[in-house]
Design a protein around this ligand. Structure first.
Ligand SMILES: [Zn+2]
Length: 91
């Protein structure tokens, strides 16, 4: 199962996947997942390329918001595996 949602940063539609094992939508695209509930501007959902830009282009914000070591490791591992480079466009 998957649904199409809009990236709050670039305004593009992207696909969020349902994770059966966890019985919830993939949290990779949710800002609050990474920040442990902290808000970043009014952003809620990020597409993969904006997630990548977060680290690359807005490192200061990234470092301020993602303070959980475990989350930082998960993020680094996604980046390392190229997960943020994959296309998740809906069309
Ligand atoms: Zn985006």
């Amino acid at each position: 199962m998957q649904r199409v949602i809009k990236c709050d940063k670039c305004q593009k539609d992207f696909i969020q996947k349902w994770i059966n094992r966890k019985k919830q939508w993939s949290q990779i695209n949710e800002i609050s997942y990474w920040t442990d509930g902290k808000k970043w501007k009014s952003y809620k959902f990020f597409c993969r390329s904006c997630l990548n830009d977060w680290f690359e282009l807005e490192r200061e914000e990234f470092d301020k918001l993602i303070v959980d070591e475990k989350k930082r490791r998960i993020y680094a591992s996604y980046r390392g595996h190229g997960a943020f480079d994959k296309s998740d466009a809906s069309n």
